[in-house]
Design a protein. Structure first.
Length: 191
């Protein structure tokens, strides 16, 4: 797994535990995205916050107000035999990074609590995409915020696309609706 996935996920998790004071954007006008390996449309209230292209992987991170996060990672060739292995690796790194980053000496300022992975399926305009859902909580300065992460996989030709969809539990419906729109329009090709 590229280290960049972990770093981007950590940055996003830190943003997720910090409340946003400004109102969410209400733009519904879809935007288009095209790169050497991916093409899709995404809701207008989302922003592409990072784009990484390497020889074997391409990663796009999209974020929106209300702490909505979608990370799309395209692998030129199938990279993970089991989605469970990918999800466990990302979740373990997320927890470790939160513990390491949000500590002063031996005092931990934040922590995570995890539950087991459960099956997940989200309907798109083209098909149902299956994966895993993880419920977890992040506690910062004694405030516990429940979250959900979805790990979903879609293979298109030789390209293996794995999505990480994450938000606080209260905004899961919004991020899963955005994912459905993105995944329903996404086409992947080897670059």
């Amino acid at each position: 797994m590229p280290i960049k996935i972990t770093v981007n996920l950590l940055i996003s998790v830190l943003l997720l535990i910090t409340p946003h004071c400004k109102r969410a954007e209400t733009s519904t006008q879809p935007r288009g995205f095209e790169s050497p390996g991916l093409r899709f449309t995404y809701p207008g209230n989302f922003k592409v916050t990072s784009q990484e292209l390497e020889k074997e992987t391409e990663q796009i991170t999209l974020e929106a107000e209300q702490n909505l996060l979608i990370i799309i990672t395209a692998f030129r060739h199938k990279s993970w035999d089991k989605l469970e292995d990918f999800a466990e690796t990302v979740a373990t790194e997320r927890d470790k990074n939160i513990d390491n980053t949000l500590s002063v000496g031996t005092m931990k300022l934040a922590g995570t609590e995890r539950q087991n992975f459960e099956p997940l399926a989200i309907e798109t305009s083209r098909k149902k995409i299956r994966g895993l859902r993880e419920k977890f909580s992040i506690t910062l300065f004694g405030v516990k915020v429940p979250h959900i992460s979805g790990y979903l996989r879609d293979t298109q030709g030789e390209v293996d696309v794995i999505y990480i969809v994450q938000s606080p539990t209260q905004t899961w419906a919004a991020v899963s609706k955005a994912f459905s729109s993105i995944a329903g329009s996404l086409t992947a090709r080897a670059w």
